[in-house]
Write a protein that binds this ligand. Structure first.
Ligand SMILES: Nc1ncnc2c1ncn2[C@@H]1O[C@H](COP(=O)(O)OP(=O)(O)OP(=O)(O)O)[C@@H](O)[C@H]1O
Ligand SMILES: [Mg+2]
Length: 224
């Protein structure tokens, strides 16, 4: 968590190997994946922040084909085999889990709304079934009801995966988080939910946007 420009996206891109850090290394299971997105991709899947993913005329591909393509590439990369009916089942399940309506499955991805695109990218990560999933602001274009859906999906996923998520609104993911990292203005805090959700710490990270109202801490969201 942290304000705009704090470095959340940069942090995730560093984990997945798109950016090489000036110092330090990234290890997964004692394997050094620093700056190596090919190798990091064996363990992790990255769901990008979707601001900017708004083009209306792109390569003509349907929702189903987009997920199928991703699954085929993943199987190839991991040297795995899956028969056609199992592939179809996997794709169907992923689209159902993220709640993309069946009527959209054979429509172009370019006509999806922002929230539907967000769900599509999560479905892509689900079919790939990596042990670590990085989600960059998965709620940025999701309506309040959808936010609960996505939170439930994340809660379920974290039973057998490591989920690293960036977000602005602390109230949604913090209660289900095991560890919290706060970024801001060159400082950071790492701790459990209750330790970091403290007005003194949040004021240092968010400045005047962090406000305590009785027992409740609110972060004014200037995002989007
Ligand atoms: N490719 C790049 N080259 C140089 N600077 C960059 C690049 N990408 C991001 N930055 C800068 O690095 C800083 C951190 O950006 P980053 O995108 O990681 O922030 P963020 O915490 O994800 O913000 P937001 O909440 O707006 O998504 C910002 O000052 C940004 O302008
Ligand atoms: Mg970002």
């Amino acid at each position: 968590m942290g304000p705009n420009g704090a470095g959340k996206t940069t942090f995730l891109k560093t984990l997945i190997g798109f950016i090489k850090p000036h110092t330090g290394s990234i290890y997964v299971n004692k394997i050094d994946v620093t700056g190596n997105s090919e190798l990091a991709g064996v363990f992790m899947d990255y769901v990008p922040q979707l601001t900017g993913f708004t083009s209306t005329t792109g390569f003509p591909i349907t929702v189903w084909e987009f997920i199928e393509f991703s699954l085929v590439m993943h199987l190839k990369k991991m040297k795995l085999k899956m028969d056609k009916s199992e592939m179809q089942k996997t794709i169907r399940e992923a689209l159902n889990i993220v709640g993309i309506d069946k009527s959209l499955w054979h429509k172009s991805i370019w006509r999806l709304s922002g929230g539907e695109k967000q769900r599509l990218f999560i479905a892509r990560a689900l079919v790939n079934n990596q042990p670590i999933i990085l989600l960059d602001e998965p709620l940025s274009s999701i309506d309040p009801e959808g936010r609960m859906d996505i939170t439930n999906i994340v809660s379920n996923l974290k039973k057998d995966k490591i989920i690293i998520i960036t977000c602005h609104d602390p109230e949604i993911f913090l209660p289900i988080s095991d560890n919290v990292v706060l970024f801001g203005k060159g400082i950071y805090y790492i701790g459990k939910h209750k330790e970091t959700f403290n007005i003194n710490i949040l004021e240092r990270i968010y400045g005047k946007s962090a406000i305590k109202l009785k027992d409740h801490i609110h972060i004014y969201d200037h995002h989007n």
